[in-house]
Design a protein around this ligand. Structure first.
Ligand SMILES: Cc1ncc(COP(=O)(O)O)c(C=O)c1O
Length: 324
């Protein structure tokens, strides 16, 4: 006898599944894709730009889609405010890619949006910065939350690519290992899983990443980031060579501390305070006279994320106080 119930119907019974809180994503109306770099590729495919101006100061994975699609690119420099030095012309078939550095550059994003139509904003470091209307903008979720992958895209074109859904279960091991075995024991897997994101096709966001992203309390995460950031800033502002307007912080990625001393990272490492490097590839792309080179070697990206409270910030400051 033919089964009346289609195999598409959800099953009933069986073992109990991993239970994640059900809520709403932060950007429910944006396109959901598998990686930030692929969201960039999506824009390039539908907008058909011929030349892309990219900052020297960015992650090398940004080149993946440009090389894949055979699109020409030119590097540009940034100044001490991390704003683009606009000493070049952006032609009608060109576009400008700008990174909202550390989630602190929304004012520059607004300014650039008034100057240029052909603009792409990389909000991989600015998850909480809302996309501006009529500006192509992408986000990478794993920089802010414990997900294997996932990206959001605001694409101003009406053209839509037909895509299959990604599956990210094979990139998940570091996230469960960190719970059961500790974060340091998951590090090897984190590196391997990161590598496995290279040169994968554009797909829709996996159900796994989307489910996790639906269960996050974004309000609390943003609040913790702002509070930790300001706690550090109150003490570090007078030492920080990078000056910025802290009055409108909006869930930034890290606290960027720029100092001329280069021994600090190791001192923090000795105390098991890990500092990510933004971005090692910049040292290959630039000469040591360039500001981007200096930023890469001297900017200390202090963690301020939702896992932490002022007690961890105090620990960080105590180490820094021995040096400053
Ligand atoms: C500035 C920046 N943009 C884009 C990306 C790409 O994001 P994803 O790893 O999700 O492709 C990264 C990091 O990988 C990044 O650091």
């Amino acid at each position: 006898m033919k089964n009346n119930y289609s195999s598409k119907m959800p099953s009933i019974g069986g073992y109990l599944e991993l239970q994640l809180p059900k809520g709403e994503e932060l950007y429910p109306t944006l396109l959901k894709l598998n990686t930030g770099r692929n969201a960039f590729e999506y824009i390039l495919k539908v907008k058909r730009y011929k030349l892309v101006h990219i900052p020297y100061y960015t992650c090398e994975v940004i080149l993946e889609p440009l090389k894949k699609l055979g699109i020409q690119f030119q590097y540009y420099t940034i100044n001490e405010q991390m704003d683009p030095v606009l000493d070049f012309v952006i032609g009608s078939e060109d576009c400008l890619l700008y990174t909202n550095y550390f989630g602190l550059k929304q004012e520059t994003v607004i300014r650039l949006s008034k100057l240029f139509d052909n603009l792409i904003i990389d909000n991989s470091q600015a998850f909480f910065s809302e996309p501006l209307e009529n500006v192509d903008t992408f986000y990478s979720c794993r920089k802010f939350f414990g997900v294997p992958d996932g990206a959001y895209l605001q694409c101003t074109s009406d053209i839509r690519l037909k895509l299959v859904k990604d599956v990210s279960v094979e990139r998940f091991s570091h996230l469960i290992k960190s719970i059961d075995l500790g974060i340091e024991n998951g590090y090897k897997d984190y590196i391997a899983n990161n590598r496995s994101l290279s040169n994968i096709p554009i797909k829709r966001m996996s159900a796994l990443s989307q489910r996790i992203l639906s269960g996050i309390d974004y309000k609390t995460c943003k609040y913790r980031r702002n509070s930790n950031f300001m706690y550090l800033h109150d003490f570090l502002e007078e030492y920080n060579d990078y000056s910025f307007d802290a009055s409108s912080v909006n869930g930034p990625m890290v606290y960027p501390l720029l100092l001329s001393s280069s021994e600090i990272k190791n001192k923090l490492l000795d105390k098991r305070i890990y500092i990510a490097s933004y971005w090692p590839n910049v040292l290959e792309w630039t000469t040591n006279k360039m500001y981007e080179h200096y930023l890469t070697t001297h900017l200390i990206a202090l963690p301020i994320d939702h896992r932490y409270t002022h007690s961890e910030m105090k620990r960080i400051l105590n180490v820094l106080k021995t040096i400053l």
